[in-house]
Ligand binder design. Sequence first.
Ligand code: MG
Length: 198
Amino acid sequence: MKVIFDLDYTLLDTTKFKKKLAEIFYGRNFQADYKKYFKNKGLNFSYSQYLKILKRESGVDSQMDKKLALKLKSLMNGLNDYLFPEAEKIIKYFKNAGAELILVTFGDKTWQRQKVKNLSIRKYFNRISFEPENKSLSRLLKSLKNGREEILIINDNAEEAKAMIKILGKKAKVFLLDGPYARNIKHNWPINKLGELL
Ligand SMILES: [Mg+2]
């Protein structure tokens, strides 16, 4: 069996992480900026892009720049603390059962890489893939399409899960997790909590 794990809101408590991230940008309304500059434009969050916007808008100087970089580094160093409590146990469970573990994250590549680099759970994965926004273009998913093994998709984003099923076909099953994107399309999947996998 192959298990495809998503990262944000699936293994990582991204809500908790974002709150902490917002604290780095003291004096800014991060949530509002996030909506205005990324979400509403259909763009993925990118730290470097956000920094550019801050520089343009409020003139972040190089000293400020360094300060922000240090704060971000310290947040990222502690990223393991932002995993859901059951995350490692579940990954290990499938690992011990002999499954092939694949981590697939969609989003800004640099930003997602930075997150994964700081997560100790990365060692359990046979493959880690940073995918383009357009799921149908995913080379990894296309390559999995022809295998015979069962595939379990563990993801919080219903739309994303559906797009993956569309490529992978019937041998793929979805375990949908609750989160802000669990209801972004109509579907009949039950909505679960991560701990319920065991
Ligand atoms: Mg997700």
